[in-house]
Write a protein that binds this ligand. Structure first.
Ligand SMILES: Nc1ncnc2c1ncn2[C@@H]1O[C@H](COP(=O)(O)OP(=O)(O)OP(=O)(O)O)[C@@H](O)[C@H]1O
Ligand SMILES: O=C(O)C1=C[C@@H](O)[C@@H](O)[C@H](O)C1
Ligand SMILES: [Mg+2]
Length: 166
């Protein structure tokens, strides 16, 4: 068993909205590793970052990704920073991984002031620029498909992904 598709990309790329739309069109379930981690930890992600720290969060994330890749056959969205962890990147080998890319202008519009996104708590614009530059090569490393989302609506992006998966 393996996910039909795994979505990666920075915060605001559309992993949750496009992933859910693709799952609905395919008639399969959708899951988001961020939500699984929150359920398991019994608290929201910003609280995990504050209480336990980012390294503990990344380890939990790696564990949830490993289990989901083995047991889940719907569409799976990963957290925006999951690909920072080398172990998580290795787990993705052999899976269908869709990188939704977005550049700074559109990413900022979508995440606004970064509510609920602990890494954007201070100076969202500069932080997001840093994250995009740091992560672009890592998303490309794990991706089997890349879809640019700038200036496009969610339905349009979902339609392109469905075409790639066919
Ligand atoms: N192609 C798009 N065009 C315009 N708005 C979009 C597009 N994709 C997503 N959005 C909007 O941007 C916001 C963020 O999208 P979404 O939550 O799906 O991103 P994400 O990649 O899951 O982010 P995170 O990593 O923070 O969970 C939502 O309000 C969503 O409606
Ligand atoms: O980009 C990131 O590093 C993160 C993105 C979110 O999906 C969450 O996984 C968390 O807020 C960290
Ligand atoms: Mg999301």
């Amino acid at each position: 068993m393996a996910p039909v598709a795994v979505f990666v990309g920075v915060m605001g790329a559309g992993k949750t909205t496009v992933g859910a739309a693709v799952a609905a069109a395919l008639g399969v379930p959708f899951a988001d590793t961020d939500s699984i981690i929150e359920e398991r930890a019994g608290k929201p992600i910003p609280e995990i970052f504050v209480d336990d720290g980012e390294p503990a969060f990344r380890a939990m994330e790696r564990q949830v990704v490993a289990e989901s890749l083995e047991t889940y056959d719907g569409v799976l969205a990963l957290g925006g920073g999951a690909i920072l962890d080398e172990g998580t990147r290795k787990l993705l080998a052999g899976h269908t991984v869709v990188f939704l890319s977005v550049e700074l202008t559109d990413a900022i519009k979508r995440v606004g002031l970064g509510a609920g996104r602990p890494l954007l708590a201070m100076n969202p614009r500069a932080t997001l620029k840093y994250l995009l530059d740091q992560r672009r090569p890592l998303y490309l490393e794990v991706a089997t498909h890349s879809v640019a989302t700038d200036g496009r609506d969610e339905a349009d992006v979902a339609a392109e992904v469905l075409g790639l998966l066919r």
